[in-house]
Design a protein around this ligand. Structure first.
Ligand SMILES: O=C(O)[C@@H](CO)OP(=O)(O)O
Length: 248
């Protein structure tokens, strides 16, 4: 049965605005980000999307984006699953640093490797760093071996995929409409899988904030249709702005 999947990266966060590496730090949306979430909801409503189930991370920028969008669609009642597996990629020791200052210090090429390479993770947090997820109540129920001190896109993909396959796919296989509000890199992992993007080509993929992407999938989850609910120029400009955050 054909199904519909909506992927939505959260709207601009306070740290997107301040251009700081964020990862698992739980920062909220900026004023602009809330506006982006509202506009996403409006375009989903205009498209006539009826969500059966929604998934998000355990980070408030994605949760709030989902709330605002569902509110705008008058579908706040739909079941929502929050899962740590949809969190942003963990940015290790870079979390909190300004991206542009980091590019000045280590060079733009190094920052691009940290931000966009498939399998090279940023420097890890030390185990006793208070920012390590093992000190957070929201992760206290998890086996410590799954708690990252840093993540490459590959490591992110390795935790997104089992969640996708076991928890999201069953809804798509019966033809439901699924919405996922998540993050730049957890969504890059999903898009890599859905659009069969190579380890090499994924380096150039930047996901804009706050623009819904609509997929129609066939029974075997092949992509039948894939488009942003925004005009192409706006998507391109927003993706280019994300890429430029790593410039010195
Ligand atoms: O800082 C982060 O956690 C992510 C998303 O905002 O940034 P980047 O685009 O650099 O991967």
């Amino acid at each position: 049965m054909a199904s519909t999947l909506i992927l939505l990266r959260h709207g601009e966060s306070e740290w997107n605005l301040a251009n700081r590496f964020t990862g698992w730090v739980d920062v909220d949306l900026s004023e602009k980000g809330r506006g982006e979430a509202k506009r996403s909801g409006a375009s989903l409503k205009e498209e006539g999307i009826k969500v059966d189930i929604a998934f998000t991370s355990v980070l408030k920028r994605a949760i709030r984006t989902l709330w605002i969008a569902l509110d705008e669609m008058d579908q706040m009642w739909v079941p929502v699953v929050r899962a740590w597996q949809l969190n942003e990629r963990h940015y290790g020791d870079l979390q909190g640093l300004n991206k542009s200052e980091t590019a000045k210090k280590f060079g733009e090429d190094q920052v691009k490797i940290w931000r966009r390479s498939f399998d090279i993770p940023p420097p890890p947090l030390s185990l006793d760093n208070p920012m390590h997820p093992r000190f957070e109540r929201r992760y206290a129920h998890l086996d410590p071996v799954v708690l990252p001190a840093t993540e490459s896109l590959k490591i992110t993909l390795d935790r997104v995929m089992p969640f996708w396959a076991n928890t999201v796919v069953p809804h798509l296989r019966v033809g439901q409409t699924v919405m996922i509000a998540a993050h730049g890199n957890s969504l890059r992992a999903l898009v890599k899988h859905l659009n069969k993007i190579s380890d090499q080509d994924i380096i150039e993929l930047n996901i804009p904030t706050g623009l819904p992407r609509l997929y129609k999938l066939d029974d075997d989850l092949n992509v039948l249709e894939d488009r942003y609910l925004a005009d192409e120029a706006a998507v391109k400009a927003a993706a280019a702005a994300v890429a430029a955050q790593g410039k010195a």
